[in-house]
Design a protein around this ligand. Structure first.
Ligand SMILES: *Cc1c(COP(=O)(O)O)cnc(C)c1O
Length: 420
């Protein structure tokens, strides 16, 4: 059976045929590709084709598919027991490693997804401050919990909906929304309502409306304004933690949030999430404090082993300069061609992250991202797919260069782009 046949069969028993909406290709049209196996930068499909993968499972696979050391440690750990629901030594070692790599994370709690990490961080912020409201940014995605499905990014943009049915208005009423990179708007909201706002949550390098960098002074300004109003600052680093260096983006920039949420890379391909911060704040979590959180599979030994090995490899091998160089080569190549062919396009890139935005002007917020030509993105996506390159099937996502990509992969990508 090929992808088309599998997709037809899936639609009868899985809503939309997918277990996560963006996989349905609604943003680009056509039939979703069924993956069979992956190794390094390449995947094999049910159609018998081989693709160079720039999606990397939406972020976790910074070391490429089925990296040998990770597969080995997963197999070995699994053989010793898949789950205990009791403590293991490696959970402590993992928390110690996080603390070493991200000093502001004095204590951390493991959960099973990014959504769960953020949901818990919000509850903790409310419990800690005794305040009800939160502030988020348009186009930032923080998982699919109720409070955070207001003006969200990622799959919610592709679906053409800015929020979700089934979310109680009482949840969203407690959420202020500001445009990304608009510090003045945040300062105004905090000035008027700061004493009701438990937390400001932000993707310090936004990755769910395409790649949008923080403008100079934005994160510093958030830090100062939240400190003034006694509001916690949460950096949601589920997508960019350990992406740009063997630490968080907050730590790289020297801006210390009160809480950090992590996921994706820190599980090495297994389901995981984490939240962390100072001992003072984290001590409000159960069983030490009154903010409840629990999980049958939290700190799962196989996920912890895969994550630990991934972080160790990233620390020891430091593939970041290579990914940065390849990312820059790719973006430079695309810009050269866009100029030559007079395309309305701008490729945002930072380290190994990139998004070709189909408009020339840089993208600073959700309105800019929405102003891009989605039809042109869909044409680009299918053209690249036909040429053997898999990129995220949505114009509101980030593509990733992993440590497993080679210069030949990048040059092949640019060459394929040339015929667009
Ligand atoms: C992916 C993502 C999440 C949600 O993580 P899941 O593991 O998909 O639940 C939350 N925040 C950000 C910034 C993300 O990129």
């Amino acid at each position: 059976m090929n992808s088309k046949q599998w997709f037809e069969r899936a639609q009868k028993v899985i809503p939309g045929g997918v277990n996560s909406p963006v996989r349905a290709f609604n943003g680009v049209g056509g039939t979703p590709v069924y993956f069979k196996s992956g190794k390094g930068a390449t995947v094999q499909t049910e159609d018998g084709t081989e693709l160079i993968d720039f999606c990397g499972s939406w972020g976790p696979l910074i070391l490429g598919h089925a990296r040998e050391e990770i597969v080995e440690v997963v197999a070995k750990t699994a053989a010793d027991g898949l789950t205990f629901g009791a403590n293991t030594a490696q959970e402590t070692q993992f928390a110690e490693l996080l603390n070493t790599l991200v000093p502001s994370i004095e204590m951390s709690r493991l959960v099973s997804s990014g959504t769960e990490a953020v949901m818990t961080a919000i509850r903790l912020a409310r419990g800690y401050t005794g305040r009800r409201k939160i502030l988020k940014f348009e186009g930032c995605y923080h998982g699919h919990s109720d409070y955070l499905l207001v003006a969200s990014g990622s799959g919610l943009l592709t679906g053409g909906i800015s929020s979700s049915a089934g979310v109680s208005p009482s949840a969203t009423e407690e959420v202020f929304v500001a445009p990304y990179n608009d510090l003045a708007a945040v300062q105004e909201i905090l000035k008027a309502n700061g004493d009701e706002i438990a937390a400001v949550i932000v993707e310090p390098m936004a990755g769910n409306m395409g790649l949008v960098k923080p403008v100079a002074g934005f994160l510093e300004g958030l830090r100062a304004a939240t400190a003034d109003s006694g509001t916690l600052l949460i950096f949601d680093e589920v997508i960019n933690g350990f992406r740009l260096g063997p630490t968080t983006y907050g730590n790289l920039t020297g801006i210390t949030p009160d809480l950090t949420t992590l996921g994706k890379i820190i599980g090495g391909g297994m389901p995981i999430g984490a939240l962390g911060g100072s001992t003072k704040i984290m001590s409000h979590l159960a069983p030490l404090g009154p903010v409840y959180q629990a999980g049958t599979l939290s700190g799962n030994p196989v996920a912890v082993a895969a994550g630990m090995k991934t972080l160790e490899l990233l620390r020891d091998e430091n593939p970041y300069p290579k990914m940065e160089a390849l990312g820059k080569r790719l973006a430079d190549g695309i810009h050269r061609l866009a100029t030559e062919k007079d395309l309305d396009l701008h490729c945002a890139q930072y380290g190994g992250m990139f998004t070709p935005f189909f408009r020339t002007a840089p993208v600073h917020n959700l309105d800019d991202s929405k102003a891009c030509d989605q039809k042109a993105h869909a044409r680009y996506f299918h053209h690249m797919l036909d040429a053997g390159f898999y990129t995220p099937p949505s114009g509101f996502e980030v593509a990733f260069v992993s440590a497993a990509h080679t210069q030949a992969d990048i040059d092949g990508f640019i060459q394929a782009f040339e015929n667009l």
